[in-house]
Design a protein around this ligand. Sequence first.
Ligand code: ARG
Length: 472
Amino acid sequence: MASNPLDTKSTAWSALFSEPMSELVQRYTASVGFDRRLWRADIAGSRAHAEMLAAQGIISSDDQRAIERGLAQIASEIESGAFAWKLELEDVHLNIEARLTQLVGDAGKRLHTGRSRNDQVATDLRLWLRDEIDAIGALLVELQRALVELADAHADTILPGFTHLQVAQPVSFGHHMLAYVEMFARDAERMADARQRTNRLPLGAAALAGTSYPLDRERVARTLGMVDADGAPCVCQNSIDAVSDRDFAIEFCAAASLAMVHVSRLSEELVLWMSQSFGFIELADRFCTGSSIMPQKKNPDVPELARGKTGRVVGHLMGLLTLMKGQPLAYNKDNQEDKEPLFDSVDTLKDTLRIFCEMVGGIVVKPEAMERAARRGYATATDLADYLVKKGLPFRDAHEAVAHAVKQAIAEGRDLSELPLATLQRLHPAIGDDVFAVLTLGGSLAARDVLGGTAPVQVRAQVARHRARLGA
Ligand code: ARG
């Protein structure tokens, strides 16, 4: 019999196997190249498991101490880069366990009592993702804060609001920024919600059916911080489900995809606004690149890439859904394929949020260009119609009269506010010289003084609400 079944893959699993694995199959089935990043979670899970095994009298406290010591050394080896990862040992779990046995002997071999890699990997992935969700939540808060500051500085700055990418009505640039704050706030809510279903313990499910050892699963859950808001342990309640579903990872990827879609829409606007045709903003040079052939070019590479990377994160969501859809219960090796898409989604979202936190603070707003564009688009036409309604006209008639006014203004190449009173009165006799107050962009903005509206006083009230909520 081989001295240690974990020493090499050629002697792997059991005496049942009569030939070694080919090099290609070894490479094809191994996951250690990417799942090694779960090492902290793997060690935390093993420590909690060993502590419980000892408390339940399943292993001796001497063995537990040896395991503790061995795992602490392995952690420092991995941290320092001294740990020798072996492809033959397939994955992070077997690599760590083999080294543990090398370091502490039989105690190391006892660690896997009442456990399977099936419940181990599901636990590791949940622990790892939980901490990443927390990091992402913090970044979403930071991004919202940056947008709120920009909104506050530009509560009075006039931007042409668009529908169908045609100038519609003037809005406060700050109001427009706060629209993104709402989106990222919901993204943070979704992350917090997904966290609750991620932070549940599979360990104790073993391979799929549970185990015959008297495990205290709730103790392990508490040790690992897998508890609800009231401190009650959160344990997966069905062993088959515990090892086989990855819906928590899929749910995270869905929330990550939505967050990226929001970033992507903002990116698209930044790209448009920075173009010569709009000229509404400038981005700090450090977020742009030049062209190798056209010396005049400054390209908004960072928002363009963020828009592109959104496709990648949405693709990972599709990949994970497809990975899961045909799998019979319980664990299948297919699930090893859950890691790279999940890891890449986390990395992409975190990097994108980090870079946006920085970039938003560096946006240079050009209010004159925005105002000029709002004027060119007859953005106060609705205000003129509302004015006529207040003078007693039915809205449909007012709408018609204003259409004629806009036609006239276009023909004369002027803004509505530049038409002489006499011209306006020819359109409708009810028009008086108080009309010019509503035809200004500022007047239009101030008039939309409804909860959630674009009036600068409303924008400032929202800024205050967000600051209180975000602790800014
Ligand atoms: N590396 C495997 C994974 O990522 C660990 C679980 C292996 N379990 C098994 N029964 N082969 O899913």
